[in-house]
Write a protein that binds this ligand. Structure first.
Ligand code: NAD
Length: 467
């Protein structure tokens, strides 16, 4: 329990779930107009209180206002708006293509809400990864229990206060807490679980969900590599990579985790990266925080973990490297000549440290990626279409992106999700709506069909078999 955030008493959790079940059973969410009303309220929940959210995010993550606005506040309002704008279309029953055998039975896919769903969200984008899925669940007609991260107490407390003010009590509820509260939630039956966070807890969630065969979406992490082709605008690549690595102090699930660069191009890339570093943080990142340009790590433990990886590296630090555990500060840091067995390659870094791994060729880089777990994203920087196509076609990952980093989860209409160890299922936009929707097959067969299909009834005989 933190001073800021009141954890929900464990013995109240089942009652809260039951109230949400009653909210669903009341049938009020069948009315699309009611869903839209809740979505408008959700939009205003964020819009009216955007400054309070920015302040809370600053307290929890030391997050610069521009980053909170660009990567959290606007995308959350945008997601609620997208759900609001499209819910009628997405909720409409759909007809399969014409089939002579079945058309008279009026085959239709009904888009029905799954019921009462659980959303467990992480600390790194605590608003977007909580309220974005809540918007999808409301649009789909579900009631939803949100369990935000205990590591962002100011933001979680604010969401708890505002959800109870803006949204109906039997439609959206919040349970706050850490492992015991989440364990209690996972003991209960849900109609869908969306979990966003690390793979270790992802396995706990999937195991708990299996008890009731609850459909589950796991949005996990991993080490997302960047492949650098020498045929690239190296300054542009350095700028976009360093931004992707330092935004939110590297605590982004799709942050570039490490670089694969042909050996003889490494120094040119490192020089460009250094220039960009000086351009981004002229007074060093620590001082830039004062001018609102650089976040902090989430906890002293996270700071110590990343500092430990850095202490044990066999690579050469080319810039950064400063650590101040008291203020949860780690400077943006690049490390070159990192080998595959290095400490920095042993786990997802989830912080502002960028290892650069020299390889012999682009083919070698692809081999390196394919020998490891499928990541959430793969990036390639190249002006050569053949190189881009090669990386796109010969690898597997949640997403694959050329000449950009980190922005793709915000691209409207694209699915956001992993593959294999980076997770399963996908969300945002229509993918969220679909995740919380049961696609219910239906037919309504007229009596006259038996004039054609009567042969199916026993007793069977040779004439029927030959017909
Ligand atoms: P986490 O797994 O530590 O925590 C996420 C949630 O799980 C929190 O709400 C937490 O209270 C709960 N939790 C923690 N331990 C638990 C336990 N033993 N039993 C039940 N619940 C428990 O993740 P995090 O540190 O908040 O986030 C970082 C990870 O999330 C990174 O790996 C990152 O890549 C990943 N991530 C993925 C995405 C995505 O969309 N794929 C987005 C953001 C973050």
């Amino acid at each position: 329990m933190s001073e800021v955030l009141n954890f929900t008493p464990i013995d109240e959790i089942e009652k809260i779930r039951d109230e949400l079940r009653s909210g669903f059973a009341s049938g009020k969410l069948r009315d699309i107009a009611y869903r839209k009303y809740q979505l408008v309220r959700l939009m205003y929940l964020v819009k009216d209180n955007s400054v309070r959210f920015e302040e809370a995010l600053k307290k929890d993550l030391g997050r610069p206002v521009l980053e909170s606005r660009m990567l959290e506040i606007h995308p959350t309002i945008g997601e609620a708006k997208t759900q609001w704008k499209n819910v009628e279309t997405w909720a409409k029953p759909s007809k399969p293509s014409f089939n002579i055998n079945f058309f008279a039975m009026k085959p239709i896919t009904r888009k029905e809400p799954k019921g009462t769903v659980l959303v467990i969200s992480p600390f790194n984008y605590p608003v977007w990864l909580s309220l974005g899925p809540v918007a999808g669940a409301i649009a789909a007609g579900c009631t939803v229990l949100l369990k935000p991260s205990e590591l962002t107490p100011h933001t979680s407390a604010l969401m708890t206060e505002l959800i109870s003010k803006y949204l109906d009590h039997d439609v959206v509820r919040v349970v706050n807490g850490a492992v015991p509260e989440t364990t209690k939630l996972l003991d209960l039956q849900w109609d869908h679980i969306l979990y966003t966070g690390g793979g270790r807890v992802g396995r706990i969630v999937a195991t708990a969900a299996a008890k009731y065969l609850t459909p589950t979406t796991l949005e996990l992490g991993g080490k997302s590599p960047v492949v650098i082709d020498p045929k690239t605008d190296v300054r542009l690549a350095a700028r976009r990579i360093l931004w992707g690595k330092t935004v939110n102090a590297g605590q982004t699930c799709v942050a570039p985790d490490y670089i694969l660069v042909p050996r003889d191009f490494q120094d040119k890339f490192v020089d460009a990266l250094k220039e960009v570093y000086e351009e981004f943080y002229p007074d060093a990142a620590k001082r830039s925080a004062v001018s609102d340009s650089y976040s902090r790590l989430i906890t002293p433990q996270a700071t110590a973990r990343i500092a430990g990886l850095l202490e044990r590296t066999q690579g050469k630090v080319v810039f950064g490297g400063e650590v101040d555990k008291d203020t949860k500060f780690i400077a943006p840091t690049a490390v070159k000549d990192v080998g595959p067995g290095d400490s920095l390659m042993s786990e997802e870094i989830f912080g502002p440290v960028l290892p650069i791994v020299p390889v012999d060729s682009i083919d070698d880089a692809i081999k390196f990626i394919n020998e490891r777990e499928h990541p959430l994203a793969i990036y390639v920087f190249s002006q050569d279409d053949q190189v881009k196509t090669k990386v796109f076609d010969r690898t597997q990952s949640g997403a694959v992106v050329a000449n950009e980093t980190v922005l793709h989860p915000g691209a409207e209409g694209l699915p956001f999700g992993g593959v294999g160890p980076s997770g399963y299922g996908m969300h945002t936009g229509q993918y969220s709506f679909d995740m919380f929707t049961h696609f219910r097959a239906s037919l309504d067969s007229p009596g006259w069909i038996d004039a054609i299909l009567k042969f199916r009834y026993p007793p069977y005989n040779d004439a029927k078999v030959k017909a």
